[in-house]
Structures are given as C-alpha cells and as structure tokens.
Design a protein. Structure first.
Ligand SMILES: Cc1cc2nc3c(=O)[nH]c(=O)nc-3n(C[C@H](O)[C@H](O)[C@H](O)COP(=O)(O)OP(=O)(O)OC[C@H]3O[C@@H](n4cnc5c(N)ncnc54)[C@H](O)[C@@H]3O)c2cc1C
Ligand SMILES: Nc1ncnc2c1ncn2[C@@H]1O[C@H](COP(=O)(O)O)[C@@H](O)[C@H]1O
Lengths: 252, 308
C-alpha cells in the first residue's frame, strides 16, 4: 500500500507573527518557515506504518511556492520515499485555499492510487481545519479526522478521534483520509546522514495548471488586522489580596 | 436570504449554549432553519424550537445519524442545501468534521471559526493562532461556515418555531461507529462555563491535578488544561484549551502552572478576567493576566481554595 502525506510549508510555530500595519496581511518575508507541526506527525505515522510492513511506499506532496521543496526535503529526510511539489503560487504571501489544495491532491491521488492519505488536522497559518475533509468529499472516500490512534486492519482502519466530549473510535473503509491530531505520536528528528540521503531522493515538480486546477481564491481577504490587545494587569502580593480583588469585582 | 444550521445534538441531547450562540451569530443573515439529526432527535428539536430567531426546525431521526459520522450527515445537509444561501453550525469538533465535507460537495469554500459577521458575504475569522484577524469576502454562491461560539452571546429562548420531519438519506457505508469514551462529570461544560480553572505542566502529575479540580469545584467552575498537561497524561484531551483545543471566554479564567504560549492564549485570551498563578514572574501569561500571583502553586492553591 502507498501512503500519501500532504505537507504544508508554514510560518514556524515559534515565530512571533507580525501583522502588516497597512492591513494587507502577515509579514512572511525573511521569517523562519517549517513543516506544519501536524504534518510532521502525519509523516511520522506513515513512516511507522512502512517500518511495520503495513505500507510499502510513502509519498510526500506539497502545494504552494517553489520554496516548499525544503519542506518536502524534510519529509524525505524523516523517511518518506519520494516527493511531489505542485507549484501553485510564486509569492510566499499567497495561501492556496483548502478547496483548491484538495482538488490538486485529488488529481495526484487519481494518478498515484494510494490506499491511505494521512494529513494534518489543521494548518497553523490559516487555521482552517478543512483540507482532509474536502479531499474525502471530492474522492467519495471515508474520513476520520483528529486521530490520536490509528490501527490498520485489512480493508479497514480503526481510528480513535479527539472530539469535544472525549474520544470517539470509528472504523473507516479503505481507502481513507485520516487527519492527525497532536497526540498520535512524537515525530522523529531527521539525522544528518538521512538529511544527506534525502537530497538524492526523487522530488517531482509540476504546476497547478499541469493538473488542471484553478487556484483562484473563493475568499477574498479584504484585510488582516491585529486582534484587540490585552494589557497586563497587576501582580498581587498574596492570596488574601487576590481573594479581595476577586470579591470586589464580583467574580466569586 | 435563508440559513440552514446544523444544531449540535449528541446522543439525543441538544447543546443549547453552542446552538443558541450560533443562532445569534447567524440571525443577521436571514431566516434560520435548524436541523436536528440523530438516532433520537425529537426532544432536541422541541428544545431547539424555543431559541429566538429560529424560523423552523427540521428533524431527521435515524440510527444512521446516531454517532454524527461525517459521510451520512454531510450527505443529508447537501440534500437539503438547495433552498438556502448559508449553511452554518457552531464550530464544534462535529461541525469541523462535517461542514468542510459539505462545502466540497457543493464546490464552495468553508469559512471556519467565524468570529464576526459583517454582511451576508463578509466574515471575520482568527488566523495564526489568533495573532491576526482576517476579514474575508466570499465569492461563492453558497456560504458554508462554522461559528466560533465564544465570540457571540447566546440568543434568548421563549420562541415556538414549527418542527417538521425530513426524509433521511441512504447509508453511504463508508464508516461505522465503534465506541465513545466520554467522562461523566457534574461540572459545567468547559465552553459555556462562567469560570474556568486550568492547569498546566507545572501541576506535575495526574494526582496533583486534584488541586485544580478542588478549586474548580469550590467555584462551580469547569476544568481546563494546557496541551502540555494533556500530553503528559495529567488531564483528558477534551480539557485542552487553545489553538487546537477548545476556545473559551468565561468571566473568569484562572491559569495555574501555565506559561502562556501563544497556542494556549489563542483559546482563552478573550476571557473577561484572567488570573495567573506561576512561580516564574517572567512567564508570558502575566502579560495578559489582569491579576497575577507569583509563587509556588503547591502553597498558593490550597490556601486560595480554602479562602474562597
Ligand atoms: C501545532 C501546535 C498546537 C498547539 N496547540 C496547543 C493548544 O491548543 N493548547 C495549549 O495549551 N498548547 C498548545 N500547544 C503547545 C504550546 O506551544 C505549549 O507548549 C504549551 O501550551 C505549554 O504548556 P504549559 O504552559 O502547561 O507548559 P510549560 O510551558 O512547560 O509551562 C509550565 C509553567 O508552569 C510553571 N510552574 C512550574 N512549577 C510550578 C510551581 N510549582 N508553581 C507555580 N508555577 C509552576 C512554570 O514556571 C511554567 O511557566 C501547541 C503547540 C503546537 C506546536
Ligand atoms: N498547500 C498545502 N500543501 C500540502 N498540504 C496541505 C496544504 N494545505 C493544507 N494541506 C494539508 O491539509 C492539512 C489541513 O490544512 P488546512 O485545511 O489548511 O487547515 C494540513 O495539515 C496538510 O496536511
């Protein structure tokens, strides 16, 4: 079985996001970019399935600017076998919407015929939490989102999902789309020899036009602003003072 | 303009607070038809009919919808979508599972976690863990949106909308339910509680987390946790507050042994009053806290619980 893992290049989660003062967006020039943290977990899970013999090939796919090559090299260094980059933008500030990403992934899947797609639950830049579900819809496949446990049992996958009420376990028919949550595994670091080896692994490149997908956004971003700032308040000296303040404010 | 809204129904029970908040958010968009589906949904529908602003309630009762599986529920929504301009739901994990699937089937984008409704096409939503707010204008014929409930006040009740049955769909046969692990609790629901007490890595163990629970019970509060506390096994996953957990905006949020990473702040920084207890006076949580107490939580917490 082949496993396809979509990986997105996003602003590193440790970087302090700066909103441009003219409201045109977030400053992404010269900031550290990394693989979306959820996608690292997806790559890790795919590699573990390969190590267990459940899968025989792991393909990482990224859609966006040319620089996403770096993200794909990271996936290859972690252990993916090959990578596909679909260039769909030339400005790092242009985010490709989940619907267009899902359409491009569908085109790749039609060609590659994987038995499982492992994607992240959410990209930490647009916070959409949508691509996996949209892809499942376009393919007419089953979906299991927010996975914290995954077991492949023949033609089905048993997936435990993190939901508002606790945990839900479902069984989905394969091929399936599984979106992964934070507690599925702890991704490995790529070792130096593997980083070197990754440079020689195949990385195919095509464009959104090659796969016939229009990436024009459906949602026009009118403006991007800073959220309301919170001011730091006061440090109180003791529990008694805290209790007094809370009572004065009518909170307890 | 008409809105079809998926009500939050779990095991036959309506999540009143989440649904009423989503109704309030969608009110300016037009007449709201609420869809209640589940293995049993009649009681939920009767209750949903009382929410002000609801024009009609549709009930789809079938074992097929009993566990809110995405494939059959999305198919049902799509079968009803023709008559509506907006398809919406409170941004719960269920809706986040289902609505993007609905949107793709309709060939439109989903607008996730809407925190402001500007007009019928224009919405505000937080991005980058709440470090920026985007205003987006949809060019799609139909708008599919999930609504961040913590940004809206609940609609009042007292209405009496008509309730109708709708035809249920076929089983796409793609997925099946195995089990739920739900912790029973008498505490208020995390997303609707007026006080939340949250613990972080600083609590140190699952046993020590009882210090947090004791304070919460004294205050009639819900219990929350940071990702680190959940990852370490001190607290269950459904207590996680943050970018990828629950978003809360209570009157009072007490953060204990939590450093205040942006991913945690994303889930609680709209709380009215924030109290932080941390031994590190440099902890970023103090930059957003209205009241801060610097010191060892193992001394301060029992004292606070006793004095409240
Ligand atoms: C993709 C992604 C998504 C994430 N989503 C979330 C999310 O939804 N929610 C979330 O919370 N995090 C999330 N995180 C994790 C986040 O980045 C932080 O790692 C996490 O919030 C830290 O938790 P913490 O504050 O409990 O732990 P720490 O940062 O380790 O802080 C522990 C604090 O406890 C204090 N402390 C220790 N002992 C004591 C004591 N005896 N008395 C008083 N104080 C004490 C310390 O001074 C310290 O400030 C996410 C991260 C990523 C990458
Ligand atoms: N441009 C992209 N390239 C590759 N994968 C993507 C892209 N956008 C989204 N994804 C995948 O879809 C998941 C969810 O993203 P989103 O729906 O944008 O929150 C991510 O974690 C990735 O696995």
């Amino acid at each position: 079985m082949k496993i396809l893992v979509p990986v997105k290049r996003v602003i590193d989660y440790n970087v302090k996001v700066r909103v441009k003062s003219d409201g045109s967006g977030v400053d992404l020039a010269n900031v550290k970019m990394s693989m979306n943290p959820f996608d690292e977990i997806a790559v890790e899970e795919a590699i573990r399935l390969k190590e267990k013999g459940t899968a025989d090939e792991v393909i990482a796919v990224s859609i966006g600017v040319k620089q996403a090559q770096e993200t794909l090299r990271t996936a290859l260094a972690m252990g993916a076998d090959r990578a596909i980059l679909v260039v769909a933008a030339d400005d790092v500030h242009q985010d490709i919407e989940p619907l267009a990403v899902a359409k491009i992934l569908k085109a790749v899947i039609d060609e590659e015929q994987p038995g499982l797609v492992l994607c992240g639950k959410q990209a930490i830049d647009n916070d959409m939490n949508a691509t996996g579900q949209m892809l499942a819809a376009l393919l007419g496949w089953s979906q299991a989102t927010f996975a914290s446990k995954l077991e492949i049992e023949g033609e089905a996958a048993k997936v435990t999902r993190e939901v508002d009420g606790g945990l839900q376990t479902i069984e989905v028919k394969m091929p399936a789309i599984v979106s992964v949550d934070l507690r599925l595994n702890e991704p490995r670091y790529a070792s130096l020899p593997n980083i070197m080896k990754a440079k020689k692994k195949p990385l195919d490149e095509k464009t959104a036009a090659d796969v016939g997908v229009d990436v024009a956004p459906r949602l026009e971003v009118v403006k991007t602003t800073e959220p309301a700032e919170r001011q730091a308040g006061q440090i109180v000296g003791s529990v008694d003072e805290l209790v007094t303040q809370l009572k004065e404010k009518g909170l307890v | 303009m008409a809105v079809l809204m998926l009500a939050e129904v779990t095991d036959g029970a309506l999540a009143m607070d989440a649904t009423a908040k989503a109704v309030a958010a969608a009110k300016p968009l037009g007449d709201i038809t609420l869809l209640c589906c589940g293995e049993t949904a009649k009681d939920a529908a009767a209750q949903a009919a009382t929410i002000d602003g609801v024009a009609k309630v549709l009930v789809a009762e079938d074992a097929l919808y009993g566990h809110r599986l995405a494939e059959p529920t999305a198919a049902l929504l799509v079968s009803l979508a023709g008559d509506y301009d907006h398809i919406a739901a409170p941004a719960t994990t269920d809706a986040k599972n289902i609505l993007p699937r609905v949107a793709a089937l309709l060939d439109v984008m989903v607008i996730s976690d809407v925190s402001g409704v500007i007009d019928a096409d224009t919405f505000e939503r937080p991005v980058y863990a709440g470090n920026a707010v985007q205003t987006v204008k949809s060019k799609d014929a139909k708008k599919v949106l999930t609504i961040r409930t913590s940004s809206f006040d609940a609609a009042a009740t007292g209405g009496q909308a008509p309730v109708e049955d709708v035809a249920t769909g076929e089983d796409p046969g793609l997925s099946s339910w195995v089990e739920d692990k739900v912790a029973e609790s008498d505490r208020p629901d995390l997303t609707s509680a007026s006080i939340v007490v949250s613990g972080g890595r600083g609590i140190g163990s699952e046993e020590n987390f009882q210090l947090i629970e004791k304070l919460a019970d004294k205050l009639g509060a819900a219990v929350g946790a940071s990702r680190a506390a959940v990852d370490s096994g001190y607290a269950p996953n459904d207590w996680q507050v943050g970018q990828t957990g629950k978003v809360v905006a209570p009157d009072l949020y007490i953060a204990v042994g939590i450093s205040g990473a942006i991913q945690h702040l994303a889930g609680m920084k709209d709380s009215k009053v924030i109290v932080a207890i941390n031994k590190d006076e440099e902890a970023p949580i103090f930059q957003v806290a209205d009241l801060g107490l610097v010191g060892d939580l193992f001394e301060l917490l029992p004292d606070l619980t006793e004095k409240l």
